[in-house]
Ligand binder design. Sequence first.
Ligand SMILES: Nc1ncnc2c1ncn2[C@@H]1O[C@H](COP(=O)(O)OP(=O)(O)OP(=O)(O)O)[C@@H](O)[C@H]1O
Ligand SMILES: [Mg+2]
Length: 294
Amino acid sequence: MSREGFSGKPRVFLSYARNDGEEFATQLRDRLEKEEAEITLWQDRAKMEGGVGWWKQIEEALDQVRFLVIVMTPAAMQSEITRKEWRYARQRGVNVYPVKGRLDAKLDYESLPNWMRKAHFFDLAREWETFVNYLKSDRQPARVPFMAPDLSEGFIQRPREFDQLIAQLVDAKRENPIALTTALQGGGGYGKTTLAIALCHDDRVVEAFDDGILWVTLGRNPNALAELTKIYEALTGDQPDSDEATLPKSPQDLKKWQSDGFRPSKCLAAWRETLKIYAADAQETSEVADCLES
Ligand SMILES: Nc1ncnc2c1ncn2[C@@H]1O[C@H](COP(=O)(O)OP(=O)(O)OP(=O)(O)O)[C@@H](O)[C@H]1O
Ligand SMILES: [Mg+2]
């Protein structure tokens, strides 16, 4: 969607935990409405939660706005929904601005994953001007794709295998990605794909690979074009030009594609820092994997 397409749509999605953030959120909403009419807000987010298809609705809302403002309270910090919203917003190139819904002493920053802790938490008592100026600006962050499937509900931890894999992917200080291609090998139905999905959801991995996580399904008859198209969309938010001839079918093509309309700087960064796990069928490494290697 082009940025121009936003006119008339709410700019801000205000997220809060109903338990302990409602009062703060209401005051914030009232103040914005009164003082900053151009900063339009999405309807009440907490009322969406729990209804039929509520997560889908939240995704649709986040697809419309430019900013996700999260009222950080103890309940919001513990909330899996907060993380999911934040992650989804990053994927869609939506700016995420956490605001302090409590005094610092009441907020347990240590409980947050590092990738959340790294953000600036606005103190609205002191930073109101800066905050509203940001909300009026047109900044758009790079998208941080997260293409891994959801982890299934009945997932059982496999700490031994999991920790070995983490050690292959993230350095001991848990800060930087290790530039190794890691493959999982094992009999059919052994849980390779599930383990790879779990890894992608681990906060250490999300944090280390902070340009995003791509997911490619190869299988026995890989459709390289379809997989690359999905990656293109995840990284840019656009459909590639429909002219198939311009889509890469080899590493050389990919280089050309990257230098032609693929927003090279952003995407090359994304290639570099993006997690690649080949679960299963690694020996059948396809054109897609070759392209990703290049
Ligand atoms: N740790 C786990 N906890 C719960 N269920 C699991 C776990 N690992 C695997 N499963 C279940 O076992 C089944 C097979 O797992 P999975 O698809 O990950 O295996 P695979 O090794 O990738 O198989 P294939 O060789 O066919 O690709 C799936 O239904 C999955 O949900
Ligand atoms: Mg598999």
